[in-house]
Write a new protein. Structure first.
Length: 334
């Protein structure tokens, strides 16, 4: 099922294809329209799921990791943990959908704990609330329209502090990494890290167990992508090509997705340069490009070795990977 797909235009009578599990709508022109919120799949995937723990090799033997993106914690019921390396992106804005949820530390803790325990020691990257702009949070209408993601969280630190505490406490139940949305400047990462340190001190005083997780950032704002070597305080990087494309093209998410063929060269170029600037820091990609085999050669050539995508996109990426070398060229005999 696909919900919240927004408006799009097709000629009268023209057929469209809806891929519910992937949260995708395909237009007649061959364009993919929307990545939106797939409802949790009703059934566990068939027993034919691979059990390679999402650890694959390119045709020339270089290791590649495949992880999943989750929107709702209940989506784990439909994913085989043996088929993935972990959760590369858990969007929290769908599970925490109101200002009351955002203030509820215990509720958040139980959501994060559930996913971490399910992952059974595999890495789970949970993104802090990415709300504001075109991602509203019910009850939070009194903020400037241009505030979104980490900028909004730092403007409303009471929201960030509750989430930081819930994440710190959840971290004892598995291998958690925290991802910051819509980062533009290094100071935003530093300020968030300070919040985590201060809240860890609070938990100490309350005698509650916690662990400090690695804190990384989405690379989805062009200004951050071109300056990635200045983000010394980020522990890791995750490329968000959905927003990167939107902001590079001065477009909207909907329009840029419909026009993805035209914008992708610019997105790939900025991503390739940013990957170089990331140097030795761990990096992955969790934007929709990660789940589209068409872009796999260029992403491999850019040095990306960890791909996180909607669960339904895994089979297509698995089979494309088999025929490619790590530099993105097609393997001999393919
Ligand atoms: C992105 O922007 O590519 C991304 C993964 O984040 P979201 O789609 O949630 O904005
Ligand atoms: Mg984004």
């Amino acid at each position: 099922m696909v919900v919240g797909a927004g408006d799009f235009t097709v000629a009268e009578g023209a057929p469209i294809t809806v891929e519910g599990d992937a949260g995708m709508v395909f237009l007649p022109a061959g364009n993919t329209v929307m990545r939106m919120v797939p409802r949790p799949a009703a059934r566990r995937h068939e027993n034919t799921e691979p059990s390679d723990n999402g650890m694959l090799n390119t045709a020339d033997g270089k290791p590649v990791l495949l992880s999943v993106n989750l929107n709702d914690p209940s989506e784990v019921d439909a994913v085989s943990i043996n088929a993935i390396a972990g959760v590369g992106l858990m969007r929290t804005e769908f599970a925490i959908s109101s200002i009351a949820d955002a203030a509820n530390e215990e509720k958040q803790l139980s959501i994060y704990r559930r996913v971490l325990e399910w992952a059974d020691g595999k890495s789970v990257t949970i993104r802090m609330l990415d709300v504001g702009g075109d991602k509203p949070l019910s009850g939070l209408e009194d903020v400037h329209a241009e505030l979104r993601g980490i900028r909004l969280l730092l403007e409303r630190p009471e929201i960030a502090r509750v989430q930081a505490r819930a994440l710190l406490r959840a971290a004892v139940f598995g291998k958690l990494a925290v991802l910051l949305p819509m980062v533009t400047f290094p100071a935003e990462v530093e300020a968030t890290r300070r919040i985590f340190e201060e809240e860890a001190g609070q938990l100490d005083r309350r005698g509650l167990p916690y662990r400090m997780p690695p804190i990384g950032m989405m690379v989805e704002v062009p200004a951050a992508a071109v300056m990635l070597d200045t983000f010394a305080t980020a522990d890791f990087f995750s490329f968000g090509t959905n927003d990167l494309a939107q902001y590079l093209a001065a477009s909207t998410r909907r329009d840029v997705t419909a026009d993805s063929q035209k914008t992708s060269p610019a997105v790939l170029r900025i991503l390739t340069n940013a990957a170089r600037l990331a140097s030795t820091k761990p990096m992955s990609i969790c934007g929709d490009m990660a789940g589209n085999p068409q872009y796999l050669p260029a992403l491999l050539a850019a040095g990306i070795r960890h791909f996180s995508m909607a669960p339904a996109r895994l089979p297509a990426i698995r089979s494309a990977l088999i025929g490619l070398n790590a530099d993105g060229t097609t393997a001999a005999g393919e």
